[in-house]
Design a binder for this molecule. Structure first.
Ligand code: ADP
Ligand code: MG
Length: 229
């Protein structure tokens, strides 16, 4: 918890630690500054997610952090829930789409399936206009900008069918609930990719806890009238 809420002072990046990853990050219940609610349309990034890392990330504008009064939140990897104004024909769980269908490493924390999205169940009738998903996200410095512009990149834990894959322009609602780790410097792309998939597993494990899971029913995410707080 101690490292969670500090303002960013991050000119030089930390070295990737050699200690093993833990399956869960953060305290049993969200604590300050969480939950952080961000919303905005999914915008174009630089295609880095899919092309370079093999993991798509839906980008939303970093000004959403200012709008939420959280512009000084620490850079790093976070977990939470997000929703999109779509209905899925099936809300079954899907499997991560690894590049070339190959698990990036044998790391035990890399998940073999995603949690099922939350579609109709969980809120009162007529209150759900959106589907809620588990999410892992990075708030980080964009290497393409020399200034302090950051990007917010959300991997939605769902393998969208090809005809649903293009999410640009949809309004995402994102509830950030916990911090996983700061940004590191990487020696190789492989170790970065492994860490991201482990982050997906850690996000999942962290969100499955009682103190977090209750937020899947949040009405702001579902587009109902009232938020769970
Ligand atoms: P960009 O640099 O434009 O963000 P990415 O390579 O990161 O491009 O791919 C992100 C895009 O892929 C999203 O904007 C969305 O349209 C699509 N997409 C499909 N499935 C997912 C997913 N599970 N999570 C995030 N984005 C996804
Ligand atoms: Mg992206």
């Amino acid at each position: 918890m101690a490292e969670q809420a500090k303002p960013p002072k991050e000119k030089e990046k930390l070295k990737r630690p050699s200690t093993p990853r833990t399956a869960i990050a953060g305290p049993p219940n969200p604590s300050t500054p969480f939950p952080i609610r961000l919303s905005g349309p999914i915008v174009k990034g630089f295609g880095r997610g899919s092309a370079e890392l093999g993991i798509p990330t839906a980008n939303i504008d970093p000004s959403t952090l200012e709008a939420a009064g959280q512009s000084s939140v620490q850079s790093g990897v976070y977990y939470g829930f997000c929703s999109l104004p779509i209905h899925l024909s099936s809300s079954e769980s899907t499997a991560p789409q690894f590049p070339n269908g190959k698990r990036p490493s044998e790391h035990a924390l890399i998940p073999t399936s995603y949690p099922a999205p939350i579609a109709e169940e969980g809120v009162g009738e007529g209150e759900r206009n959106r589907t809620t998903f588990y999410a892992v996200l990075s708030i980080g410095h964009n290497p393409f900008y020399a200034n302090d512009t950051r990007s917010i990149e959300v991997h939605i834990m769902h393998a969208f069918a090809p005809h649903q894959f293009d999410l640009y322009g949809l309004e995402m609602r994102l509830m950030v609930l916990g911090f996983i780790r700061p940004e590191y410097d990487y020696d190789s792309l492989d170790s970065l990719v492994e860490d991201i998939w482990v982050d997906v597993g850690v996000a999942q494990g962290s969100l499955e806890r009682e103190g977090y899971k209750r937020f899947v029913e949040d009405k702001w995410l579902a587009d109902g009238a009232k938020a769970v707080d």
